[in-house]
Write a protein that binds this ligand. Structure first.
Ligand SMILES: NC(=O)c1ccc[n+]([C@@H]2O[C@H](COP(=O)([O-])OP(=O)(O)OC[C@H]3O[C@@H](n4cnc5c(N)ncnc54)[C@H](O)[C@@H]3O)[C@@H](O)[C@H]2O)c1
Ligand SMILES: O=C[C@H](O)CS(=O)(=O)O
Length: 477
């Protein structure tokens, strides 16, 4: 197998072999909607073979240092092939080429961090001798792999979010059965090829493509899967949790991220960062800024700056070096966003900028005069739309941010240390970003939400904790 070029047909990656199926599925170029490649469609027998192979592979020795070497080598290969991967991302996601390169650079870092963590997995001494009657005992814990991990990933960041699953899972000594999003599967298949070249033992990584709901169901039915790690929509996440039984489940789900701009903030900086972080990847980022709350004294000047900066963003062909915003993942998704904006306008919102659609391209859109119950505020837009509302008091805005089913990350621009500390105590999120927008992430930080945004943390160190079991060893001396 080589990399994506138009017309290519991809197989499933099972037990180190590429297997093409009779039924194939189209992968579209998201900018021109042309068929660019075909992927294989896994059936139940393929799912079971992949899980069985993963279960066998986990029994073979694979030392922490060997895991470190494989992951470091994979990171190096990814850096060398950055351009090739980025071109594929631009095609299959519609992600602008400069942003695509950024994703590949981050993914390589995620693999490096995972490699480093492979050498640091450790337990602790437990002073059991402190208990009466246990004077002659000693104890310590070790962390052991959970076994076979099913990793199910979304379309929007298909290289780095796959690396956030396979990196820590392999570093911890597990096997992985990966099910990438059906609309953006090619990069995951290329990653499997790269892992093999980096020396990953056969069977440690299996990749299944095809119908997400069917493969998901067969994975859930297979009792040899020990853990599910899922990134995607709350609807599917909740379903997986309901069917996984007593097995481990880690969920990274959606958000309708809020960012506060207080009247003492650097408004220029806030407007620049919010303009950038509301519209990256056409707003299809789980921590993308969706709700902005601006202190009412500075509303007019903030909106003027935000418009000025957003107007400069170039919408168009993701392969073009000058493009800032490419197409959404499907024309239907752009139509949904258009209908939500139109509905908000009917309910009293004003379009300060944008609001127009051309196929899958939706212009970066700023809404004002919104209320918290409009879909564009209450639900996850997952598109290039930001809604700006005002507030008077600190308690009021904290309550507004918290009036959400979600809680992944939030942003706060302020120079008031007391406010920043109050917000860090009271805002219900997995991460609060002070003097930046909600969409800040580096790959070694703990990352994950509360409420309907999920549970469990990613970032290799934290994911490894989820992907291992703590076992206590007690010595009776
Ligand atoms: N919190 C995070 O880190 C994070 C990161 C990226 C995306 N997301 C969220 O992902 C969503 C967008 O991604 P999406 O549209 O690809 O999500 P999605 O839930 O539609 O799909 C995610 C994955 O689940 C698979 N799937 C679909 N039905 C399934 C089923 N019944 N059982 C098992 N798997 C099934 C899909 O094929 C895909 O691989 C947004 O809500 C976004 O916020 C969250
Ligand atoms: O879509 C959500 C992603 O987790 C954000 S990031 O690409 O990891 O920064």
């Amino acid at each position: 197998m080589t990399t994506l070029t138009t017309g290519k047909q991809y197989g499933l990656y099972i037990n180190g072999k590429w297997e093409q199926t009779a039924e194939m599925m189209e992968v579209l170029n998201k900018y021109n909607q042309e068929v660019t490649a075909h992927i294989s469609v896994a059936e139940k027998e393929h799912v079971d073979a992949a899980v069985q192979g993963a279960k066998e592979a986990v029994k073979a020795p694979f030392s922490p240092y060997a895991r470190y070497e494989v992951l470091m080598k994979a990171a190096q290969l990814l850096v060398e092939r950055c351009e090739e991967f980025a071109q594929v991302l631009a095609l299959e996601v519609g992600k602008p080429i400069r942003e695509s390169r950024g994703e590949i650079e981050r993914a390589a870092q995620t693999l490096v961090i995972s490699a480093e963590e492979a050498k640091r997995i450790h337990g602790e001494g437990i002073p059991v001798e402190a208990a009466p009657g246990s004077e002659n005992r000693m104890a310590f814990t070790v962390r052991v792999p959970v076994g076979v991990i099913a990793a199910i990933t979304p379309f929007n960041v298909p290289v780095n979010l796959v690396c956030h699953k396979i990196g820590p899972a392999l570093a911890a000594g597990n096997s992985v059965v990966l099910k990438p999003a059906e609309v953006t599967p090619i990069c995951a298949l290329m990653l499997a090829e790269l892992m093999e070249e980096a020396g990953l033992p056969k069977g440690r990584l299996q990749v299944l493509t095809g119908d997400g709901a069917k493969i998901g169901e067969w994975l859930l039915e297979n009792k040899d899967v020990n853990m599910f790690t899922f990134t995607g929509s709350p609807r599917v996440g909740e379903y997986i949790r309901s069917k996984a039984g007593l097995r481990k489940v880690a969920l990274e789900l959606g958000n309708n991220s809020a960012t506060i701009v207080h009247n003492d903030a650097n408004i220029e900086q806030a407007a620049s960062l919010i303009a950038q972080k509301s519209f990256n990847n056409a707003g299809q980022v789980c921590i993308s800024v969706q709700r902005v709350y601006v202190q009412e004294d500075i509303f007019a000047s903030f909106i003027a700056l935000l418009k000025q900066k957003t107007e400069k963003l170039v919408v168009g062909d993701p392969s073009d070096e000058s493009t800032d915003i490419g197409p959404m993942i499907r024309i239907g998704e752009a139509e949904r966003v258009e209908s939500w904006v139109n509905e908000a306008v009917e309910q009293g919102a004003t379009i300060a900028l944008g609001g127009k659609r051309n196929g899958a391209l939706y212009e970066p859109t700023i809404l004002t005069h919104v209320n918290d119950d409009m879909k564009v505020c209450r639900q996850e837009v997952f598109g290039p739309v930001v809604s700006v509302a005002t507030y008077k008091e600190k308690d009021e805005v904290i309550a507004k941010v918290n009036d959400s089913d979600y809680g992944l990350q939030a942003g706060l621009f302020t120079n008031d240390l007391q406010f920043a500390m109050k917000a860090s105590r009271e805002i219900e999120v997995g991460g609060l970003i002070v003097n930046d927008a909600s969409a800040y992430r580096v790959d070694h930080m703990p990352y994950g939400g509360v409420k309907n945004s999920g549970n469990g943390k990613e970032g290799p160190k934290y994911a490894i904790e989820e992907m291992t079991e703590e076992r206590i060893i007690v010595l009776n001396l």
